[in-house]
Ligand binder design. Sequence first.
Ligand SMILES: Cc1ncc(COP(=O)(O)O)c(C=O)c1O
Length: 311
Amino acid sequence: MDKDRKLSDRPEFAVLNGVVVPFADARISVMAPGLTFAAAVFEGMRAYWNPDHEQLYVLHLHDHLERLQFSMRVIELDNPPSTEDLTSQVIAGLRANNFREDCYIRVQTYVDDWGEMIATGPVGSSIICRRRPRVEAFANGKHFAVSSWRRNADDASPPRIKATANYLNSRLAGLEAKRIGADGGIILNRDGTVSEGPGGCLFIVRDGRLITPPVTAGILESITRRTLLLLAAGMDQPADERDVGRTELYLAQECFYCGTGQEIVPILSVDGKAVGTSEAGPLTRRLQEAYDKIVRCRDAAYRNWLTPVYE
Ligand SMILES: Cc1ncc(COP(=O)(O)O)c(C=O)c1O
């Protein structure tokens, strides 16, 4: 992505400590423990524009903010902002920018100001909403490689928390993937089974069954992963949550990467070995179609997963 594109993606307004401010004024102290010791947690959500409804819908807003509450509880932040307050602030941030296209929303909370490693306050929050179209890889897929970096463990830097600190592990895997010419890395856990990717979870399809590593495999308890398991159940598609061995990635007929930002990205090869026919498989495409309908409020059955932004 070029520099101009990044600059133009900056929103006009952000929400800082509950107040809508010009994006340029959303700043924190250089000595904030959120920065100096990564005492910070966050959420990433998507909002989808439906031109027929003239409406922007935030997907799974409540679930994301509840996961944030869990993350804040584990890293012990004082008086964390409530889900109710953050809900209104996300809506305020989107409305202030008057977005009428697909967006990404980052909600982050951290120890602000100046303090030691175990400081638990004062707690700051910021919400950055920006335009973000669907990734091209949704249609075209990506090539992945197994990373030499192992996933951080639940008893060290727990991946179940969406903590900024965990993204060092993801960054190292992502940098390595880029260096060797892959689009993304697959990270194994200490047991040597598949954990997840740098910013999303993994599914494979073997002999008609959808398979994904369990929540004890060193993954973030992904909301997209859970959504896809629910969709599979609704389609009478057999699905298993179980350990996945590295070489199963080479045997799988289909494989895909999922998460809020990536949505559902077909994985065409792993370690240079074709997955299936090296094209998005039929189940991957079926799930993508169902997902797209749901997130744009074109499937009434799942309307309660969406929060409309405009009145
Ligand atoms: C490390 C990691 N795993 C999984 C996910 C997918 O989680 P979710 O579906 O809740 O966005 C993400 C992305 O947000 C992530 O960063």
